[in-house]
Write a protein that binds this ligand. Structure first.
Ligand code: FES
Ligand code: FES
Length: 155
């Protein structure tokens, strides 16, 4: 029998009380229980970065994180960026740079970029490449992605 427990998760500034099986990942809970489907399920093995979210300001892989381990943490998903009326400047920069192709990797890329820029507002292109080095884009749009983050840092 699988064990369940009640947890509270603070996501995008809102506290959610949820009954979850202790074996479930945060990615599953975000997408299936809370319908926060902007966070993507790619490899589900910690490799592609599509499931990246911010936890206490750091970009982490939600497919590798148990939901029960996230209590008391400050979680931000792609839905938590911007203010509803306006995109976050990082999202806008991706649009302006034409960095988006199919879009599947974009939430993870933008979250990783956001984590970088919040800590280092003026990164070099080498630092941007390093920070996004573990986010895979199947459409191979890396040049424009790096340009987008650089644009966000310099405008
Ligand atoms: Fe989590 Fe690929 S889905 S790293
Ligand atoms: Fe298609 Fe990156 S834009 S996977």
């Amino acid at each position: 029998m699988t064990e369940s427990t009640t947890i509270e998760l603070r996501i995008n500034g809102e506290v959610h009380s949820l009954e979850v099986e202790t074996r479930r990942t945060l990615l599953e809970v975000l997408r299936q229980d809370l319908q926060l489907t902007g966070t993507k399920r790619g490899c589900n093995q910690g490799v592609c970065g599509a499931c990246s979210i911010l936890v206490d300001g750091n970009s982490i892989r939600s497919c590798l994180s148990l939901a029960v381990a996230m209590q008391g943490r400050d979680i931000v998903t792609i839905e938590g960026l911007g203010d509803g009326a306006r995109l976050d400047p990082v999202q806008q920069a991706f649009l302006d740079a034409g960095a988006i192709q199919c879009g599947f990797c974009m939430p993870g890329m933008i979250i990783s970029a956001k984590a970088l820029l919040d800590k280092n507002p003026r990164p070099s292109k080498a630092e941007i490449r390093h920070a996004l080095g573990n986010n895979i884009c199947r459409c191979s749009g890396y040049v424009k992605v790096i340009d987008a983050v650089h644009r966000a840092a310099t405008t």
